[in-house]
Design a protein around this ligand. Structure first.
Ligand code: ZN
Length: 298
């Protein structure tokens, strides 16, 4: 319990950092710029500089009742949301992976596992955090910065290599979140090949959509995101994530059209749906495919 609590608190402060990163980002500039990250935060309306007490994640928002202490300007729910979700990922990703790979929690926290396992957990956590920031930035600015795709690719390659060299040290068929169904959808069990296929399958699929739709709705940004995510997730996981994102995005778009909150020509950011698809694949991928086959009596 204690390590998870400490990770949760660490996650809250990383969430605050992500808020600064996202708020000070401008779509035509670089994401990681020292100038952007330097300097105190202030109220966007009255420019009141936030004191140390006003910078505590989530708690400050609650104590200030979501308003600036100076001018009463409402503070967006975006900030505590980012902090809480980041904290849940910090505490939850290691717990989830321990359960998924069949590693006992006590063994894990006793630092009794070989070093590669900690590297694997940290790399997956970095991938999860990158997906979160991608979803939030796309939600806010309708763009996915290249820097985040590069982070996905770097940690995707690290995860692939760690699983390739050490995958035998974990439960069988746990190199894909679809577990044994990987064998149904992929010609090979080789992790490196599957992550390579994932990248190109994702990239080529979206490139075709761009060509078919002539860049309307789907842009080259989605091609880059699908390619980078394919390296991180591998095949067939990336395929299920894309499929689920289309189902979710389609449902959401139809609901918005029905209640007439958006017209046919309004932009809807794609990455948030994609990231939810990725999350669903990691958490329920195996169960979803099992349920699907069972429905057809297979
Ligand atoms: Zn203010």
């Amino acid at each position: 319990m204690l390590p998870s609590l400490l990770l949760f608190i660490l996650g809250l402060s990383f969430g605050s950092f992500f808020n600064v990163l996202i708020l000070r980002y401008s779509p035509d500039g670089k994401l990681f710029r020292f100038k952007n990250l330097n300097g105190r935060s202030h109220c966007p309306k009255c420019l009141h500089e936030l004191s140390a007490g006003e910078l505590i994640p989530v708690l400050s928002f609650l104590f200030l009742r979501g308003k600036c202490s100076h001018c009463g300007q409402k503070i967006s729910w975006f900030y505590p949301f980012t902090e809480i979700v980041t904290a849940i990922l910090f505490a939850g990703v290691p717990l989830f992976l321990n359960a998924f790979y069949g590693v006992s929690g006590i063994v894990f926290w006793g630092f009794a596992m070989p070093l590669w396992y900690y590297a694997l957990v940290v790399s997956w956590l970095m991938i999860a955090l990158t997906f979160l920031v991608i979803a939030l930035i796309d939600f806010r600015y309708y763009v996915v910065p290249d820097e985040l795709n590069i982070v996905l690719i770097v940690f995707g390659v690290i995860v692939s290599l760690l699983l390739f060299f050490h995958g035998n040290g974990i439960l069988p068929f746990r190199t894909s979140f679809l577990e044994n169904y990987m064998m149904v959808f992929s010609p090979t069990q080789n992790v490196l090949v599957n992550h390579f296929i994932g990248a190109f399958a994702g990239g080529i699929f979206f490139e075709l959509l761009v060509l078919i739709s002539r860049g309307k709705g789907i842009g080259f940004g989605d091609v880059k995101l699908a390619f980078a995510s394919g390296i991180a997730l591998g095949w067939p996981d990336i395929g299920l994530a894309i499929f689920l994102s289309f189902v979710l995005g389609g449902l959401f778009g139809s609901i918005l059209l029905l209640v007439q909150r958006k017209g046919m020509k309004d932009k809807i950011p794609y990455a948030p749906f994609f990231v939810i698809g990725v999350l669903a694949t990691a958490l329920f991928g195996n169960a979803l495919i099992y349920g699907y086959f069972k429905m057809f009596g297979m």
